[in-house]
Design a protein around this ligand. Sequence first.
Ligand SMILES: C[C@H]1O[C@H](OP(=O)(O)OP(=O)(O)OC[C@H]2O[C@@H](n3cnc4c(=O)[nH]c(N)nc43)[C@H](O)[C@@H]2O)[C@@H](O)[C@@H](O)C1=O
Length: 409
Amino acid sequence: MNWNNKNVLITGISGFVGSYLAEELLKNDSNVFGLIKRRADGTKAKNLVDHGIDNDLKLLEGDLTDITSLANALDESQPDYIFHLAAQSFVPRSFKNPMETQMINSIGTANLLDAIRIKNYDPKIVFAGSSEEYGLVISSPTQYQQAQTQYGTIFPEPEKIPEVPIKETNPLRPMSPYAVSKVYGDYLMRNYYHSYGLNTVVSRAFNHEGAGRGSMFVTSVITNQVMKLKFEETDKITIGNVNAFRDWSHVKDIIKGYMVLAENGKSGEVYNQGSMRTNSILSYILLSLEHAGWNINKIETFNGEKSITDPTENDNDKIYGIKFDKTKVDKMMLEGNLEYSIEDKGILLDTEKGTVSVEFNPDRFRPAEVPILLSNTEKIQKIGAKTDYKLDDIIKDQLNYYIKEGNRV
Ligand SMILES: C[C@H]1O[C@H](OP(=O)(O)OP(=O)(O)OC[C@H]2O[C@@H](n3cnc4c(=O)[nH]c(N)nc43)[C@H](O)[C@@H]2O)[C@@H](O)[C@@H](O)C1=O
């Protein structure tokens, strides 16, 4: 599509994803407007400065919880396209302060849609829904039993097991206030299409990472600590649940997907965005260390009970009907032959450069967890999206980001 001279409004422009999208749109000569909260100290948003685009954007002060400011932003930008990315996006924060998340994500989305309706604008609106909406995805009969025991009920009951790879038609079982807020936005987008004819398209993106990813998300937690190990600023890695599996994409693939949805997405429809891979948090730690120069021979729990040699050995066998790159430990975990618990306390990694300790921090475990995410993205592929980046590319980009001392936290 020709983005030249199109008016594009991005909510959440100063965020991790918004800044990548804005840069790409500027390269395509769009007029990029961004909704931004007033900064009391007058400083510029780091992401926009890092991308070198802070002077090329038209930033409009506004807040999702203030519908008048949204109406003003629409008047100022006269948008052909809106990417609604702004959100409180950290799942643990939504457990601590659920109302804040609902106000920003749910009511904020309602305000935006209603401002567009009242003002009678007709932009194409792409909404950042989330794979978190699928939530409690059942991947095996054992995991089904565990979930039954832990939560008492699974609703709706799975029609088949495994429920992966996840299609847009999979049941939604949101597991956090954040996830519920995204389900609300997802349904409201489609309701405003059906009720008022607004041209809304929903993206359900699976996890997306890259340089500049917020420091509290697990891939940054890991790569930041690996670089701190490298520069001898720490002597261990601290982490939460290493059993969870995520479908990690590079943010650059996802923002291209957003543009594909703006161009070819059918109004009123939902599209997954992801990599069609799934890997464990443990693998992200091991592979990050290997990229940073630690070759891992063996891993063993602190009590010596669970011991695995060559844990990162690559495996490309078919599982859940598809092939994707995973490690030996991923395969063992997916087949139900390996699981870590808080009682294991941590894992010692035997490497060619000595032992590295990975310590479990019970505070980092969530009250309700999403055990596995693995996308089926055939629907969005049919309208032009593709995956260019491998897991290794994502890890390398994140490690590179943390080489710079000022970026390490
Ligand atoms: C698509 C979706 O993607 C993101 O949501 P998320 O999957 O919750 O992302 P995360 O990186 O915080 O956690 C991933 C997994 O990693 C586990 N984990 C272990 N140890 C730590 C740890 O130390 N920190 C964190 N944060 N997680 C840890 C944690 O328990 C979870 O299983 C958001 O962008 C969200 O906005 C969104 O929409």
